[in-house]
Design a protein around this ligand. Sequence first.
Ligand code: ADQ
Length: 461
Amino acid sequence: MSRLVVVSNRVALPAKGKQASGGLTTGIFDALRDTGGIWFGWSGEIAGKQAAEPKVTKADGLTYATVDLPRKDYEGYYNGFSNAALWPLFHYRLDLMSFTREDFAAYQRVNTLFADALISMLHPDDLVWVHDYHLIPMAENLRRAGAKQRIGFFLHTPFPSFGVLAALPHYDSLLESLCAYDLVGFQTNEDLTAFHEAVCRGASGAVLPDGRIRAFGRTFRAGVFPIGVDPDAIAEMAVPAVKSRTLRRFEEGIRNRQLIIGVDRLDYSKGLEHRFKAFACFLERYPENRGRVRFLQIATATRSNVPEYRALRQRLGALAGDIAGRFSELDWTPMQYLNRSFSHRSLCGFLRISRIALVTPLRDGMNLVAKEYVAAQDPGDPGVLILSPFAGAAYELDGAIIANPYDPDAVAEALQMAAQMTLDERCERWRAMMMILRRNNITAWRENFLRALGETRSQLS
Ligand code: ADQ
């Protein structure tokens, strides 16, 4: 079996005495443990000057190799090109895209630095798996440094349609970088189709009859690999979590009211402002629910160095305050809005006791919370998932109520339908979704990707 080398922006270093938490981390960790591989990426540390050698840590049969980033490059690579240009672009928010040539140059420099640090650690037969939009030029840089290994890339976010992609200066350079991989993986068919179109229209490439792609003088594969969760592990975590002190105290506070939950990173792609307004619309249009429901929104702050995220946090705080001021009674508050984070175990507990989940991103590659919510439910009394059609998860979870987040009335109607849904219908919808979650679980995701990558032949070998 080939050794696996995973490359991602951040590396989940083994914390003493702590288990790897979160589905994706665990999924990658398991894949690496199978092959005794390397997990390579940024240490999360800013170095005064460029760190030449990667720091290597060995634990649990794995090798973790991390590099520090020079401050100047960190700003341009991470806060700049990755999170202020690519992230909004890939989520169809051209209005928020902020591009500078300096940021793009820093992005290229960091990818070169990563490739130069990694190349000497590679064995000839390794499979290299690069993750996400921060590291699109990795394969190109590794090839330039002489790598002949098979290199795959998985994009966790959506891939935008060509009309949107073309707004990015130097988009053709990114396309060329993507074409240096042996396999490029996407979450949904829509993303793959958009990539095909970009390659054909933006790079004069072609999709061959057998599905391979030819562009920039190379032939490679692209495919759909929807990321999954481990539904049984989530259920196992959720059952005891409900009995924890935190959860018991919280449940006492809501006193048998129907709990509506949202769990997201605080990010404009997650549609939180639209969601808050839709919840207000629901209370307005269906006043019989006042006093009977509680909306719990957990939104942990991320990327606080990017100005748009700070502005969003302020707007959300004001909106939550408005809703509380408008609808609260002396003995009832409609919503709780928390900017703190919880352990994955507690989150699974919150998901389990929630009668309705609102997963209404404006765009999302997949959205694992949607899948985690379904997996955490009590099979005898499952809750209802309300899901945006713009989340990758909507391609699989057809037992959810699909509601357009841009239409507050549609989300309000979905909430009313969910609140009134019979046990039989809830069970039927839940069973249909669980079947899909079990089939497309996290193990299937990584095995399918790595099998497909293993079956490719390096273009240079
Ligand atoms: P994210 O945008 O981070 O991931 P998501 O898939 O919803 O989005 O969440 C990833 C993980 O973070 C989940 O396991 C979830 O439980 C956890 N999480 C989310 N909000 C949290 C919170 N407030 N507190 C604690 N934990 C929280 C990116 C893409 C997604 C894609 C994933 C995986 O943007 O579209 O589904 O990668 O490919």
